[in-house]
Design a protein around this ligand. Structure first.
Ligand code: PGA
Length: 233
């Protein structure tokens, strides 16, 4: 199976950035999912090569209705989105996405034909106390409760909170160990995310326990990101 590279632009980018990336995404040794802000999904789908998947960074937990400002999974699908990041720590911390809300959103995405990329990970304090495995298992358990959640239908992204946008990462062997525990627990190897750069990406991507990478800051750098995709040295 090909590994997956997911770009998370967060609240960055505009139509010019789509134009800058479009010609650089045609050569890829991996499956690539680009997740621009909602406003750019349609234009990304029209301009990026057909081989590149386009995804959203969040979705509503409701199918439709009186939810001012929300975007539904059907609307994402309608403009060509295939994937959706759910439970990113920036949403858990700033927008009230609890484990329960995350589980509802995952169900809603699957019901509406999107592939969820569910983010989990521990805080620095939890890492320092050796609680990583306990925390990620709790986050996964709450996902798997209830009907309609089939692990074969989504990706898990292991993103230690303290590694997101900080320039710090766990060691390669720590990631390998945690991914091994996650595999034993739910049968899927996660994607790793947190301070991935062109320089360090291969260390993580080469692990058998890493299904792919979720890349934030570096996914805004067209040169580095396309070099990662095309395996250029
Ligand atoms: P980063 O972000 O690569 O900038 O650390 C990762 C993420 O937030 O998904």
């Amino acid at each position: 199976m090909r590994k997956i590279i997911i770009g998370n632009w967060k609240m960055n980018g505009d139509k010019r950035l789509i134009d800058e990336f479009a010609p650089l995404l045609s050569t890829s040794s991996y499956d690539c999912v680009m997740c621009p802000p909602f406003t750019l999904i349609d234009v990304a789908r029209s301009n990026f090569p057909a081989s590149v998947f386009v995804g959203a960074q969040d979705c509503s937990m409701f199918d439709n209705g009186a939810h001012t400002g929300e975007i539904s999974c059907k609307q994402i699908f309608d403009v060509g989105g295939t994937h959706v990041i759910i439970g990113h720590n920036e949403r858990r911390a700033n927008n009230g996405d609890s484990d329960e809300v995350v589980a509802q959103k995952v169900k809603c995405a699957i019901r509406n034909k999107l592939i969820p990329i569910v983010c989990i990970g521990e805080s620095k304090e939890e890492y320092d106390c050796g609680k990583t495995i306990e925390i990620v298992k709790k986050q996964i358990s709450s996902l798997l409760q209830g009907e309609g959640i089939d692990v074969a239908k989504f990706f898990i992204a292991y993103e230690p909170i303290w590694a997101i946008g900080t320039g710090r990462t766990p060691t390669v062997s720590e990631v390998d160990e945690i991914h091994g525990h996650i595999y034993k627990f739910c049968g899927i190897y996660p994607v790793y995310g947190g301070s991935i750069t062109y320089e360090n990406h291969k260390d993580f991507l080469n692990l058998n326990s890493v299904t792919g990478l979720l890349i934030g800051g570096t996914s805004l750098n067209s040169k580095d990101f396309s070099k990662i995709l095309s395996c250029l040295d």
